[in-house]
Design a protein around this ligand. Structure first.
Ligand code: KG4
Ligand code: ZN
Length: 352
């Protein structure tokens, strides 16, 4: 808050298959949050096609930004700054959001704030609960990334462990494909699992030794493949249906959630954290949320389970982390680049 005037930041997100924009007041009041998902566009390929995605972002970005401003009742001239995802992601997609953000920043003389998408997921807990006690343990589980972070202070995080192969969401997407369920796999498996028995199929929980805080999900996916088609057996003509499908989905989801919970327990035992927060598309999963709330060790921490709309890709988390950058004086130049890779592991301070 500057002299009683609210800080209003527009956040723009186009790193993958969501065209999103939001206006956030004072870092945590979500005044608007508009998301256009391209899921239907990519469904038949069971994954995101980069060229199709960037073309769709180009068509949607202006109406989405206009909608976010209109929903918030704000004109561009009233904004304090424009925040935009500039890494990691598909470069062609990132460039669309960057071009829009730069144009607005230049035209209205606003500071431009480049934001790291994964760090924005890490900080979603602070957007949902600005009083969340720190340090916090943050789980980011999405289609492209799965990692645990120590969130020491706004803009200051340390990565504790990451996936060595598939991301959790990727494992769900690939598992759903094996089960004949539609893309994206996370929600499809969650839906199919509702009437299933979680113990019907004994699928592996890969923990990578007693001390590791890293993840590995590729073995789980392979185990599902061989459950459906034992080695040497002919390819099944049809995917599973009925109770068998429900049981497979429930067992698969449970194995994946089990690994996430066990890794979080390990990390929480090793680091003096006061809170636990989650972000990324997989953080929408209701079974994961139920297990977190019911866990005797993790449930003792302040659990911050953000609204589902803040977990999947959105502009509000970009605006919120942009507010941190602005407060810390980290304004980006107008020639800010799109970068495909996330900030390096280890001590990862948020930088434009
Ligand atoms: O964060 P996000 O929207 O995009 C990336 O940055 O990747 O995450 C997308 C991922 C997909 O893999 C999708 O299957 C998964 O999140 N997902 C879910 C659920 N909703 C989306 N996984 C489990 N349960 C859900 N309800
Ligand atoms: Zn994401």
């Amino acid at each position: 808050m500057l002299g009683g005037v609210s800080e209003l930041i527009l956040g723009i997100e186009t790193s993958c298959d969501e065209t999103a924009a939001a206006v956030v007041e004072n870092g945590h009041v979500v005044r608007s949050n508009v998301v256009h998902s391209q899921i239907a566009l990519h469904a038949r390929w069971r994954g995101v096609v980069p060229e199709v995605a960037s073309r769709s972002h180009t068509e949607r970005i202006l109406p989405i930004v206009e909608q976010a401003l209109a929903d918030a009742g704000v004109t561009p001239a009233e904004l304090t700054a424009v925040a935009v995802t500039h890494r990691p992601g598909m470069v062609g997609c990132l460039l669309v959001g960057l071009a829009a953000a730069k144009a607005l920043a230049w035209r209205f003389g606003l500071p431009l704030l480049g934001v790291d998408h994964v760090q924005a997921h890490v900080h979603t807990g602070l957007l949902a609960d600005p009083d969340m006690p720190l340090p916090a343990l943050a789980l980011v589980a999405s289609g492209g990334h799965t990692a645990m972070y120590l969130l020491q202070a706004p803009g200051e995080t340390t990565r504790l462990g990451t996936t060595r192969d598939d991301a959790a969401g990727e494992a769900l997407d690939k598992g759903a494909s094996l089960l004949g369920l539609p893309y994206p796999g996370g929600p499809s498996i969650e839906r199919a699992a509702r009437t299933g028995d979680r113990r019907a199929f004994d699928l592996p929980r890969t923990l990578l030794g007693p001390d590791s805080l890293d993840f590995s999900f590729s073995g789980l996916k392979t185990a599902l493949l061989y459950t459906l088609r034992p080695q040497g057996a002919p390819e099944p003509a049809d995917p599973p249906t009925g109770q068998q499908l429900a049981d497979l989905a429930a067992s698969y989801q449970e194995a994946l959630v089990d690994v996430l919970i066990q890794k979080l327990r390990r990390a929480a035992a090793r680091h003096p954290v006061q809170s636990l927060c989650i972000g990324g598309g997989v953080a929408r999963n209701l079974r994961l949320r139920e297990r977190l709330a019911g866990d005797d060790q993790l449930g003792a921490l302040r659990l911050v389970l953000p609204d589902l709309s803040l977990c999947a890709d959105n502009g509000a988390m970009i605006a919120s982390l942009g507010a941190v950058a602005l407060r810390q004086g980290r304004v980006s130049p107008l020639d800010l680049d799109a970068v495909a890779t996330p900030l390096a592991g280890g001590k990862a301070k948020v930088r434009p």
